[in-house]
Design a protein around this ligand. Structure first.
Ligand SMILES: [Zn+2]
Length: 119
């Protein structure tokens, strides 16, 4: 009988340890998921902050040296996007709204999509 009780107690201990390990693994995986989720949210905030900062730098005469290459790269890419959009507009014989980038009939006074007054 002692032998059977000992065997059962041992088995219960093994199961308890396994259960505790499983709980720890699940908790750790949940924490890792939370970290990844928070990092993803931080990335979005950094992006939003970067856009705000970029627009502030556009108004500034004093761009910090470490920001200059990024500022120049973004400006160059935005100009290239504008050229590409203008090319598409030309091909469609349409103008590009500078506010919402919709393709609209040329010689419109207002954008028919967003209502922006056009030059
Ligand atoms: Zn528009």
């Amino acid at each position: 009988m002692d032998f059977l009780d000992n065997a059962l107690n041992k088995a219960k201990e093994v199961i308890d340890v396994a259960y505790k390990k499983t709980e720890e693994v699940v908790a750790t995986e949940k924490q890792r998921f939370d970290i990844a989720s928070l990092n993803s949210k931080i990335e979005k905030d950094y992006k939003a902050l970067g856009e705000i900062y970029y627009n502030l730098l556009k108004e500034s005469d004093d761009i910090p040296d470490e920001a200059k290459p990024h500022f120049a790269d973004i400006t160059e890419k935005l100009e290239r996007i504008k050229e590409l959009r203008d090319d598409i507009g030309e091909a469609k014989n349409k103008a590009v709204c500078p506010h919402c980038q919709s393709y609209i009939p040329k010689n419109c006074v207002y954008c028919s999509v967003c209502g922006e007054k056009l030059k």
